[in-house]
Design a protein around this ligand. Sequence first.
Ligand code: HNI
Length: 147
Amino acid sequence: MVEWTDFERATIQDIFSKMDYEVVGPAALCRCLIVYPWTQRYFGKFGNLYNAEAITANPQVAAHGKTILHGLDRAVKNMDNIKATYAELSVLHSEKLHVDPDNFRLLSDCLTVVVASVMGKEFTSEVQAAFQKFLAVVVSSLGKQYH
Ligand code: HNI
C-alpha cells in the first residue's frame, strides 16, 4: 500500500479542487495526441485528427479529455485504495480498448506539463514531487490488470 504524507494529500486535493477540468483535460489529451502521434490510433472514431489544429478543435477530444480527468477524480477521492478503484478501468483499457499501458505514462506527463503551466510559480519541486507520485500510482494501478 502507498503511504502519503499530509503534505502530499493536501497538495493533491488542492491541485484537483482548483483545476478547471474544461481547460486542463482537453489540453492534456491534445498534447498527448500531438506530441506522441501514435496514441491517435485508439481514437479512430473521433473523426478528424489530421494535424495539431484539427486535434485542438475536435470536440470529441475535448470531451474525452474531461472524461479522463473525471477518471482521475476517483483516485483523488480514494487515495488509499487507488489500485482497487481502477481495477475495472484497467480491465477495460487492457481487454476491450487494447491500449498499450506505456501510454498512461505519456498522458500523465502531458498532464504534468499542463498543470505546471497553469500553476506557474506555485508548481514548486515539492508540489511536482507529490503530483508525480500520485500519477505514478495511477499509472501503475491502471496497468495492474494487464497480463
Ligand atoms: Ni482512457 C475511455 C480514464 C488513459 C484511451 N478512459 C476511458 C474512460 C475513462 C478513462 C474514465 C471512460 C470509460 C467508460 O466509458 O467506462 N484513461 C483514463 C485515465 C487515464 C487514461 C484515468 C490515464 C491517466 N486512455 C488513456 C490513454 C489512452 C486511453 C493513455 C490511449 C492512448 N480511454 C481510451 C479510449 C477510451 C477510453 C480509446 C474509449 C473512448 C470512447 O469514447 O470509446
